[in-house]
Design a protein around this ligand. Structure first.
Ligand SMILES: Nc1ncnc2c1ncn2[C@@H]1O[C@H](COP(=O)(O)OP(=O)(O)OP(=O)(O)O)[C@@H](O)[C@H]1O
Ligand SMILES: Nc1nc2c(c(=O)[nH]1)N=C(CO)CN2
Ligand SMILES: [Mg+2]
Length: 245
């Protein structure tokens, strides 16, 4: 089931970013045709339901988060797109990767056949990249429009906030953010080109506002080690041991 109220949020996104719903649907249809029938959804449940999960984005605080994340083996790690490369380079293989396939392609390919679950988002502007999804051993397809057949809609917009919506959908007990700073600085690990800066800032603003909205309806307890977000308790790395238990 889609998160209640998503339809209105999506309709606002279409208007604000001038996206075409028709193209989003076309992309989702293509992704659906590439995916095999699988039990990947069944594999994701035990990773999240009733658990503490980490959601890791590419904001400036990712650099200080990496040595901390290396110490924590148990909480499920959900990584957003371009956060994947620095994580893998530091020996951290996330359990779940949220991507619209514009992160680092060679890192995606490197861990394609591991047990990690790839949650691939189809939208009107990534149709040309969808073939990559065929390489993943465990793959779930998503859309921001209506779900159908093998394509799901857990809510959310940018890769990072979609990770939080995914954790909410599968009933995480606690969700803790790393490298999810939003704000005016794009993290150095983000793949953003100079010309895309304005749109990227708009996307980050939208992602943050969606998380503020989610905080008013979720049953998961929300924390952030990154910059403050309304509705999320700001914590220091030192407090992690207590919160995780
Ligand atoms: N200040 C920040 N700079 C970069 N990423 C951030 C920041 N704060 C939060 N994030 C999160 O990190 C995630 C991963 O970053 P990435 O650059 O891969 O974005 P993205 O969602 O793939 O964007 P797009 O696909 O539209 O280019 C973002 O989706 C966003 O949710
Ligand atoms: N149509 C369309 N949809 C999106 C896009 C995008 O560039 N185009 N980018 C996203 C993640 O940042 C999420 N959704
Ligand atoms: Mg992306």
């Amino acid at each position: 089931m889609m998160v209640l109220g998503w339809k209105k949020k999506y309709s606002d996104i279409l208007k604000e970013f001038n996206y075409s719903e028709k193209k989003d649907i076309e992309s989702a249809i293509q992704l659906n045709s590439l995916l095999k029938k699988s039990n990947t959804i069944q594999k994701i449940i035990p990773l999240i339901e009733g658990k503490t999960v980490f959601v890791i984005g590419s904001g400036p605080s990712l650099s200080t988060a990496i040595p901390i994340l290396r110490k924590y083996k148990i909480p499920t790690k959900i990584a957003a797109d371009s956060a994947l490369k620095p994580l893998v380079e530091n020996g951290i293989i996330p359990d779940i990767i949220i991507t619209d396939l514009d992160g680092d392609e060679s890192t995606l390919k490197k861990i394609a056949k591991t047990e990690s679950i790839f949650v691939v988002h189809a939208h009107g502007d990534n149709i040309g990249k969808l073939q990559l999804a065929k390489k993943f051993k465990n793959c779930i397809g998503t859309t921001q429009s209506k779900p159908f057949s093998k394509i799901q809609n857990f809510g959310g917009f940018t890769d990072g906030d979609r990770g939080v919506f995914l954790a909410n959908h599968f009933k995480a007990k606690k969700i803790i953010l790393f490298g999810m700073d939003f704000g005016n600085r794009i993290g150095k690990f983000s793949n953003t080109k100079k010309i895309e800066r304005k749109t990227k800032m708009m996307k980050l603003k939208k992602g943050e506002s969606l998380l503020e909205w989610l905080s008013t309806i979720t049953k998961s307890k929300l924390f952030t080690t990154s910059k403050s977000i309304k509705g999320f308790k700001k914590i220091s790395y030192k407090e992690l041991d207590i919160i995780i238990t």
